[in-house]
Design a protein around this ligand. Structure first.
Ligand code: DLL
Length: 442
């Protein structure tokens, strides 16, 4: 059990590790890291092979910066070791399995011991508490249950915090609305775009989304912007905070945002050591503040220790604020594999979200279509975006021009903007697909 201590700055009781000094935290990281690399090397053949091939041994890890000598782990490694090759404990010690959907290849499978599950629940509880959720509150959990880590991960964390959990899962939006009206939850856990779907459906039913009992939303599993936070906070009259995580490293709760500062998620560095690398030259470990690809090493995991996992998420590390010893991550601009390269210019859907939401006539409902018309060598992008309900077709068309110009100015790409009828684009059920790539393959 974590030793608990009262925090001076908030009404919540924090874990002791949330309030320790950076020096104490780094000492803890070093001893946990030394244990983890030795544990992984001894128990997982893939790590032994990789360390040997790179000419490094666990005893080479004498200080935190030595981690940079160790090889990376990628999603491809997990796929090649499918299903259980990455597990460091015998199967009877694995209490639960989760997996990615595997739409882009073989599923990646992850496992947890009982202790891993307890640590995970503790970190989700810590994240929810940072975001304003308190013991005794009713929590509506709209993350999908099943092999996806969102539903069960958030569920166990809310229970560990002492909340009453409503395990609705994703989808069945009408029913979600009925339960929000009838059960009067204090907090909602969902992807940002699914919360938008719920708000939208409420408006269609004549319910004011700002009038519900909800006071807090803890949102993650996909990139979202400050503009989207503003949209959701105003529409739903609640405080929205970020929660970050990925199944290969644990699930939700690798990092969580404090409601009093709302300045990015604190990475729980007593359990994970983050690094930022140059995505194009991974041998370069970048300093705090520099943008690059996020890499994680687990410090306490038993069933699936993970060494220098390349997340493909692009962000930067920032100093801790509400939890001073735990560095924050900037908002994720996107994943390196979601980057659109349009006539030599790099672009992410979140940049379009940011720009579009600053134009009052346009809604947050948009998708990006990539095409390469016959006879053309150049790719083209069409932004399909719904105008707001209250806006005429003429004003929508004028707003399209503004969006097109703003994209040209801020991103540097020329594109077509197609303003479409409110309600005509597909709504999110969880993680929303923003990019529709219709270019010929190969
Ligand atoms: O999405 C875990 C999760 C569930 C996090 C619920 C938060 C809430 P995966 O399905 O393995 O796990 O997908 C992980 O989702 O590498 C990011 O690209 C993206 N992602 C997760 N959280 C955020 C966030 C879960 N707060 C992948 N902001 C990650 C931006 C996020 N992207």
């Amino acid at each position: 059990m974590t030793q608990e201590t009262a925090a001076a700055t908030t009404d919540a009781v924090l874990d002791r590790e949330e309030t320790i000094s950076r020096d104490e935290l780094e000492a803890l990281q070093l001893s946990r890291l030394q244990h983890t690399v030795a544990y992984a090397y001894d128990r997982v053949p893939l790590y032994k092979r990789k360390f040997d091939a790179a000419g490094v041994h666990p005893t080479d890890l004498r200080e935190l910066s030595d981690l940079g000598k160790f090889p990376f782990t990628t999603k491809e490694d997990l796929r090649l070791e499918y299903p259980f090759g990455m597990f460091a404990v015998p199967q009877h010690e694995v209490a639960r399995i989760h997996a990615s959907s595997g739409t882009t290849g073989r599923a990646t499978v992850v496992g947890y011991t009982k202790k891993d599950l307890a640590d995970w629940a503790k970190l989700v509880a810590r994240s929810l508490r940072a975001s304003g959720v308190r013991p005794g509150m009713k929590v509506h959990n709209a993350y999908g249950y099943g092999l996806f880590t969102g539903g069960m991960g958030a569920h166990a964390g809310a229970e560990a915090l002492g909340c009453t959990v409503i395990p609705i899962s994703g989808g069945q939006t009408e029913r979600q609305i009925t339960l929000i009206q009838d059960f009067k939850p204090d907090a909602i856990l969902a992807t940002p775009t699914y919360l938008l779907t719920i708000a939208d459906a409420m408006i269609k039913q004549g319910i004011d989304p700002a009038s519900t009992s909800l006071k807090y939303a803890v949102l993650g599993a996909e990139p979202w912007t400050e503009e989207m936070r503003h949209e959701l906070e105003v529409t739903m009259n609640l405080k929205a905070c970020d929660i970050y995580g990925l199944s290969e490293v644990m699930g939700p709760g690798v990092a969580g945002e404090a409601v009093e500062t709302q300045d990015g998620s604190h990475i729980w560095e007593d359990h994970f050591r983050p690094e930022i690398i140059d995505a194009f030259d991974p041998s370069v470990v970048l300093g705090d503040g520099e943008p690059g690809e996020l890499v994680f090493t687990s410090l306490t995991k038993e069933a699936l220790p993970i060494i220098r996992y390349r997340t493909k998420d692009l962000t930067r590390l920032l100093p801790g604020t509400a939890r001073p010893a735990h560095r924050r991550m900037g908002r994720i601009t996107g994943r390196s594999d979601d980057m659109i390269i349009l006539r030599g210019v790099n672009l992410f859907p979140s940049q379009i979200e940011e720009i579009a939401l600053r134009i009052p006539e346009l809604s947050p409902h948009f998708q990006l279509e990539l095409t390469r018309p016959e006879g053309h060598r150049m790719d083209q992008m069409t932004v399909k975006i719904e105008r707001r309900d209250t806006v005429t077709i003429e004003s929508g068309t004028a707003a399209a021009k503004v969006l097109q110009q703003q994209i040209k100015i801020h991103v540097g790409s020329s594109c077509t903007v197609d303003v479409v009828e409110p309600g005509s684009l597909e709504r999110s059920n969880g993680k929303l697909r923003r990019i529709y790539d219709m270019r010929p393959k190969g």
